[in-house]
Ligand binder design. Structure first.
Ligand code: NAP
Length: 263
């Protein structure tokens, strides 16, 4: 299998690459930090393709997909994983910062998809699918997090895109899967603090942080056998459905989180 991973230089993307490489997948490792990608490729035996690209740039997304097909001849799964968070109140987020986070998390996703779909459509099916688009959204796609409003909005957008795309692409046998991790131990929170200038409260009592190993393992199950959504921590899905039905209870729970940020 050929799997393109954006955001492969750290966290979930790097761990996914490690686990897929063990399964003998052929990978395209992409992100902005080429040194990190080259180190990862060396660790994995040097048999993968490294493409430095910034998904906030449309031409980089198009170049990434073109390079992947030129090198491997097809793309079985495109994992749109690159993204970042920003710990900041919505009213204190500038228009430029808002645009920047959408450019990476949302347009970086759609620009890669727009480039990949016409190529996938022409591929011969394997195990019933011509290809798969996997979008790494978040559990925050089902409940906006205080002080992570712009970030949550990008993750809601990715879920909306996944739901629509899954139905659009079904007739051409391209699977679409969205992934919804809860807090995961990666560089994410450090980057979110740097981007937003707010210090994150330590994980609260009862708050679960997953490992990137677990998230990657669940993603691979959905690459082997495509499904609509992956919730690496299964109970989160049901708790958030409840919060959707009872928004005022969701607000009360989230107010505790806001209080911790205030402190
Ligand atoms: N960690 C969590 O708690 C959590 C929870 C739910 C969802 N997620 C989602 O999981 C995905 C991966 O995050 P992570 O937790 O693995 O965080 P991470 O450790 O900070 O990794 C983020 C990756 O995205 C890449 N990236 C960021 N901006 C980019 C750009 N403009 N162009 C190309 N690559 C870019 C980074 O590489 P470079 O800096 O080298 O470009 C890095 O490889 C994100 O979409 C995030 O929203 C994370």
């Amino acid at each position: 299998m050929v799997v393109v991973i954006t955001g492969a230089s750290a966290g979930i993307g790097a761990e996914l690459a490690r686990q897929l490489s063990q399964l003998r997948a052929r990978l395209v490792l992409s992100a902005r930090r080429a040194d990190r990608l080259n180190e990862l490729n060396a660790e994995l035996g040097g048999r993968h393709l490294v493409v430095k690209s910034d998904v906030s740039r449309q031409d980089d997304c198009e170049m990434l997909i073109a390079r992947a097909v030129e090198h491997f001849g097809r793309i079985d799964t495109l994992v749109c994983n690159a993204g970042y968070g920003m710990a900041r109140a919505i009213a204190k987020t500038s228009a430029e910062e808002m645009l920047a986070i959408f450019k990476t998390n949302v347009f970086g996703t759609t620009d890669c998809i727009r480039a990949a779909v016409p190529l996938m459509e022409k591929q011969e099916p394997r195990d019933g699918f011509r290809g798969q688009i996997m979008i790494v959204s978040s559990a925050a796609a089902r409940r906006g997090l205080p002080f992570f409003g712009p970030y949550s909005a990008t993750k809601f957008a990715q879920l909306g895109l996944s739901e629509a795309l899954r139905v659009e692409l079904k007739p051409v046998k391209i699977a679409v899967t969205s992934v919804h991790p809860v807090g995961t131990e990666t560089e994410f929170f450090k980057v979110a603090e740097q981007q937003g200038g707010l210090k994150m409260p330590p994980p609260g009592k009862g708050e679960v942080r997953q490992s990137s190993e677990v998230v990657a393992r669940k993603m691979i199950q959905a690459i082997r056998k495509p499904r609509p959504e992956v919730w690496p921590l299964a109970p989160a899905r049901y708790l958030l459905s409840f919060a959707t039905l009872m928004p005022s209870i969701g607000d009360r729970i989230m107010s505790k989180y806001r209080g911790e940020f205030d402190q």
